[in-house]
Design a protein around this ligand. Structure first.
Ligand code: FCB
Length: 451
C-alpha cells in the first residue's frame, strides 16, 4: 500500500528565513529587519541579513531540490521585496527574482506552492499599525492582486497566510517575535478579526485576478491531540479539547479560532462564550468575506498533547514522557499527525495538505563529510507512517511539505536550531544533503511504500 502517484511531496521554506539580500534589489524593510537589529531580541543577536543567501543561490538550491527528488516546493514571497512600501509602487527587481525562481522550478518539474505572507510585514505598514489597522484588509488584497497578476500564469497553488496563531500570539501578545508587542486580549481579538478579513479579501483577489484556475488554502498551526487510549471516550475527549480554547487570551493562539470562521463561516461556540465580551463588532458581511470558499486546508503539524477522558471532561496530559525532546524542546509525538489530520478532516471536510512538519536536531558534519541525522530519519518515518495510516483510512490528504528544505534562521532562536534536510554551513554557505534528505528522496520515489 502506498500514496497515490499524484501525491504532492515537497519541502518548505520562508522568505525571511532563507533569502538574505535584506538591503538588495530594491527591497523595502520589513518588521524582522528592524526587530532583529535590536540587541537581545534574538538569540546571539542573529539576523536574516544574509541567512542562507538564497537571494543569490536560488538556482543551486533548486538543483538540490531536484537532486532530492522533490515534486513541490513551498516558499513565501517577501511582501516588501515586491511592494517596498507595502502598497503602491511595485519593485520590478522583486518580481524578477520570484519569476526566475518560478521558471526554474517548473523547468525542473517542481510545482511551486506560494505563500503570500509568512510574517515579514513591510515596515511601512507596521508603522501604520500593521495587523491592528483595519486597512490591512485592503492592503493585503492589493498585494494579492499584484501577486496574481505577475505569477498566476505559472503558479497554480497559493497559501494566503502562514500561522495566524504565531502572528498574533507571539508577535502581538507575547512579543517574542516581530513586531514584539504586548497588546490586550480585546486588541488581539480585533487584530485576529482583521487578519481573517484580510485572508478572505486575498482569496477574492487571487480568484479575480489569476490567469488560470488556482488552488487556494491557508496554513495555520495549533495543537493536534492524541487520545490517551483507544476507548471512544478518550478519542472524543481528544477531539473535543483540540477544538476548545481555555481562555479568551488564548483564542488567537488556537487552531479553531481561525479555522472555524474560514471553513465554517462562524466563530466557535465554546470559544465565543469566553470571548464575547472582548470581541470587536462582527457583521454578516465580515463573515461572508472571511469564509470565501477555499480549496484546501493547509496545516503545520509538529507535536500534540495526549488527552484522556476524565469523568466526562478532557484531561490534557501535556507531558506524558516516553518521547525524545530535540533541542527545540518540541516533543516527538508521531501519532499527532494521524489524529490531527483525522480530527481536522472530520470537522472541516476539506482536502488537507501538511504544509509543514519537521524536527530540529543538533546536526554536525562527520569526518566522512556527511551529516548522519538518524533522529530526523526516525522522525520522518514515524510521522509519515502516521500520515499514511490516515490517508489509507480515507482522510483526503493531498500533500506533505517537510520543514525545512534547509537549515535556516529560526526566528527568536536564530541559527541555533537546524530544521533542514539539507545542512547549511553559515560561514561558507556550503550545502550538504543530510542522510534524511536521501531517505526522504527514497520515500518520494516509492510513494511511501515501505512506511
Ligand atoms: C513554524 C513556522 C516556520 C518554522 C517552524 C519550525 O511555526 O511556520 O517558519 O519556524 O515553525
Amino acid at each position: 500500500m502506498k500514496f497515490r502517484s499524484d501525491f504532492v511531496w515537497g519541502a518548505a521554506t520562508s522568505s525571511y528565513q532563507i533569502e538574505g539580500g535584506a538591503y538588495e534589489g530594491g527591497k523595502g524593510l520589513n518588521i524582522f529587519d528592524t526587530f532583529c537589529s535590536i540587541p537581545g531580541r534574538i538569540l546571539n543577536n542573529d539576523h536574516g541579513n544574509v541567512a542562507c543567501d538564497h537571494y543569490h543561490r536560488w538556482k543551486d538550491d533548486i538543483a538540490i531540490m531536484k537532486e532530492i527528488g522533490l515534486k513541490a516546493y513551498r516558499f513565501s514571497l517577501s511582501w516588501a521585496r515586491i511592494l517596498p512600501d507595502g502598497t503602491g509602487r511595485i519593485n520590478p527587481e522583486g518580481i524578477k527574482f520570484y519569476s526566475n525562481i518560478i521558471d526554474e522550478l517548473l523547468k525542473n518539474g517542481i510545482e511551486p506552492y506560494v505563500t503570500l505572507y509568512h510574517w515579514d510585514l513591510p515596515l511601512a505598514l507596521d508603522k501604520l499599525g500593521g495587523w491592528r489597522n483595519p486597512e490591512m484588509v485592503k492592503w493585503f488584497a492589493e498585494y494579492a492582486r499584484v501577486v496574481a497578476e505577475n505569477f498566476s500564469d505559472r503558479v497554480r497553488n497559493f497559501i494566503t497566510i502562514n500561522e495566524p496563531q504565531v502572528i498574533i500570539g507571539l508577535g502581538y501578545q507575547d512579543g517574542t517575535i516581530a513586531p514584539g508587542l504586548k497588546i490586550t486580549t480585546p486588541e488581539a481579538l480585533e487584530a485576529s478579526h482583521i487578519l481573517l478579513k484580510a485572508h478572505g479579501a486575498a482569496v477574492v483577489a487571487l480568484r479575480t485576478f489569476s490567469k488560470q484556475p488556482v488552488n487556494i488554502g491557508y496554513a495555520p498551526c495549533g495543537n493536534m491531540n492524541i487520545p490517551a487510549g483507544s476507548s471512544n471516550e478518550d478519542i472524543e475527549a481528544a477531539r473535543r479539547s483540540m477544538f476548545e480554547i481555555p481562555s479568551a487570551a488564548a483564542a488567537p493562539g488556537s487552531t479553531v479560532w481561525f479555522n472555524d470562521p474560514i471553513l465554517l463561516g462562524k466563530y466557535p461556540e465554546q470559544g465565543m462564550k469566553l470571548c464575547e465580551e472582548h470581541m470587536p463588532k462582527v457583521t454578516d458581511t465580515d463573515m461572508k468575506l472571511i469564509s470565501q470558499p477555499i480549496d484546501f486546508l493547509g496545516h503545520n503539524i509538529y507535536w500534540g498533547h495526549t488527552v484522556a477522558a476524565d469523568g466526562g471532561s478532557p484531561k490534557i496530559i501535556s507531558d506524558p514522557g516516553g518521547f525524545s525532546r530535540p533541542p527545540y524542546q518540541w516533543p516527538v509525538t508521531p501519532d499527532c499527525i494521524y489524529w490531527g489530520a483525522k480530527f481536522l478532516y472530520d470537522r472541516y471536510k476539506t482536502p488537507i495538505y501538511i504544509t509543514e512538519n519537521g524536527k530540529s536536531c543538533r546536526d554536525t558534519v562527520s569526518a566522512d563529510g556527511r551529516v548522519h541525522d538518524t533522529e530526523r530519519i526516525d522522525y520522518l518515518n514515524g510521522y509519515l507512517s502516521g500520515l499514511k495510516k490516515a490517508y489509507l483510512e480515507g482522510v483526503d490528504i493531498r500533500g506533505y511539505f517537510q520543514w525545512s528544505l534547509m537549515d535556516n534562521f529560526e526566528w527568536a532562536y536564530g541559527y541555533s536550531e537546524r530544521f533542514g534536510i539539507v545542512y547549511v554551513d553559515y560561514q561558507t554557505q556550503q550545502r550538504i544533503l543530510k542522510d534524511s534528505a536521501y531517505r526522504y528522496g527514497e520515500i518520494i520515489r516509492t510513494d511511501g511504500e515501505d512506511l
